[in-house]
Design a protein around this ligand. Structure first.
Ligand SMILES: Cc1cc2nc3c(=O)[nH]c(=O)nc-3n(C[C@H](O)[C@H](O)[C@H](O)COP(=O)(O)OP(=O)(O)OC[C@H]3O[C@@H](n4cnc5c(N)ncnc54)[C@H](O)[C@@H]3O)c2cc1C
Length: 442
């Protein structure tokens, strides 16, 4: 549905800021409800981290080996049923992770664009939301100042869904936040690349997902950076393709563009070094070459916004299923190189169990027409390390887009949304395991 121009201000029902997996889910859900939905994305593609690190599997979509449903399931089905298939479910090679979805990056991106089109979403690429303008009481966002290459423009949405990964708009609107863990340490950023033309059978002959035997030699001989003691290399979607998700740069403030640019350049150097090492030292890579080097580092963690509820590590450990739970999850606590070089994949929830993410973690305590989802969800550091998988981010977006419709129709604040109706609506959209339902295959 088209947005409306009033003078130089564009009116919309919903403004989604950021076209990562969360923003994708939010815009699809709001658009399908007939809301005039604008999706602003600062870069040239949808996907967010998925676009910055092409080929990154969708992890955590199968708590207790059952898909979470909703938009993620629909997208996966569209891809998996193509001829030839463009996605498949496979076991993750890392400890404690369940199955994941790998896909053809370009076809997945194209399909996401098509789904946004079909939902009637007005997608603005290369467009950045700069600052909210609040009402006098500071309780509503009245307008959002934005810019693209032609200069500034203003949107006047009834509802704002912040899916920016960094929570810029929410923070500027006054939502309290912490940066990283309680001490301000953020997880390492990562730059990925592919090696094409790999002989898989020889490359993956040893059952070590980290190639530690080879990496130890490279580090000892000064041919690999010391942070490359574990090389996470996995089979890509197409035969002969290896996805290299190994180059982490520590101590980077992901909301500082200068620091991100420097980390990207430093990361590129390490990727090139690693590609040369693989070719020279690891059987199966002799004739391989580097491709799809990330355009920028993928940033895991910056602001954690303070919501009406903050999901905690204890909630996870107890396998809490909230009455307003909007998506199921059993991802491990996947902590990647915060201040130390430690990487953990600790179990978050007892085997065979799962928890849900409550809607209240997507809404601020006070601002009435703002929601936030994806990696900026309200969570402590432990819970964050588990909830941040792309499938859960997409589902959080789907919940916020759906809640926008309920709030707009009822003329109420997001804090007053009927969460029973929200859970029922999401269940009707195919999101599994909510309310009193168990997570079971349809
Ligand atoms: C290196 C790395 C590896 C990972 N591995 C996995 C994995 O294997 N499996 C998995 O499921 N998850 C993985 N994750 C986690 C997952 O990718 C992220 O948590 C998830 O993608 C976050 O989605 P998001 O939509 O919240 O934010 P993002 O993906 O960060 O997207 C935010 C989007 O908002 C845009 N934006 C920001 N500010 C503005 C603005 N002001 N105006 C307009 N647009 C804006 C950005 O350009 C970006 O496109 C990984 C993350 C990283 C960084």
């Amino acid at each position: 549905m088209a947005v409306t121009m009033v003078g130089s201000i564009e009116e919309a029902d919903v403004l989604v800021v950021g076209g990562g997996t969360a923003g994708f889910g939010a815009a699809i859900a709001a658009g399908r409800k007939g809301l005039r939905t604008v999706l602003l994305e600062a870069t040239t593609k949808v996907g967010g981290v998925m676009a910055f690190c092409p080929g990154m599997p969708w992890g955590g979509g199968y708590p207790v080996d059952t898909i979470i449903g909703g938009v993620l399931e629909e997208l996966t089905e569209r891809l998996a049923t193509m001829d030839p298939p463009a996605a498949e479910k496979r076991p993750c090679t890392l400890e404690n992770f369940g199955p994941e979805i790998i896909y053809d990056h370009d076809i997945a991106t194209l399909t996401m664009f098509e789904m946004l089109e079909e939902a009637g979403v007005s997608l603005r690429l290369n467009a950045t939301a700069l600052a909210p303008v609040m009402d006098a009481a500071g309780r509503r966002i009245e307008r959002v100042e934005c810019f693209n290459r032609n200069g500034g423009f203003t949107l006047q949405p009834r509802m704002v869904i912040d899916c920016s990964g960094d929570g810029d708009i929410s923070a500027k609107a006054g939502v309290p936040y912490v940066l990283g863990d309680a001490q301000g340490n953020m997880m390492g950023v990562t730059i990925s690349f592919h090696m094409l033309g790999v002989d898989w059978d020889r490359a993956f002959a040893e059952p070590d997902p980290y190639f530690t035997r080879f990496a130890a030699r490279g580090v000892a001989e000064g041919r690999l950076h010391p942070d490359l003691a574990k090389l996470y290399l996995m089979k890509g979607f197409h035969r002969g393709d290896v996805f290299c998700n190994s180059v982490h740069v520590r101590g980077v403030n992901g909301i500082d563009p200068v620091a991100v640019a420097q980390a990207t350049q430093e990361g590129r150097r390490r990727c090139h070094q690693l590609a040369q090492f693989l070719r020279a030292d690891v059987p199966g890579f002799e004739h391989a070459y580097m491709a799809q080097l990330s355009p920028t580092v993928g940033v895991r963690e910056t602001r954690k916004l303070e919501g009406a509820y903050r999901i905690t590590g204890e909630d996870l450990a107890r396998g809490t299923r909230f009455a307003d739970g909007i998506v199921c999850c059993d991802n491990p606590v996947d902590d990647v190189m915060r201040a130390s070089a430690a990487m953990t994949h600790d179990v978050a929830v007892a085997e065979g169990s799962y928890y849900t993410i409550p809607f209240r973690a997507l809404i601020p305590a006070e601002i009435e027409n703002l929601m936030f989802c994806g990696r900026i969800v309200s969570a402590d550091a432990v819970a964050f390390a588990s909830v941040r998988g792309m499938p859960q981010c997409m589902a959080m977006g789907q919940a916020a887009g759906t809640a926008a419709k309920l709030a707009i129709d009822a003329g109420c604040a997001v804090q007053q949304v009927d969460t029973g109706a929200l859970v029922a609506d999401l269940s009707a959209q195919g999101v599994r395991g909510l309310g009193n339902a168990e997570l079971v295959a349809a």
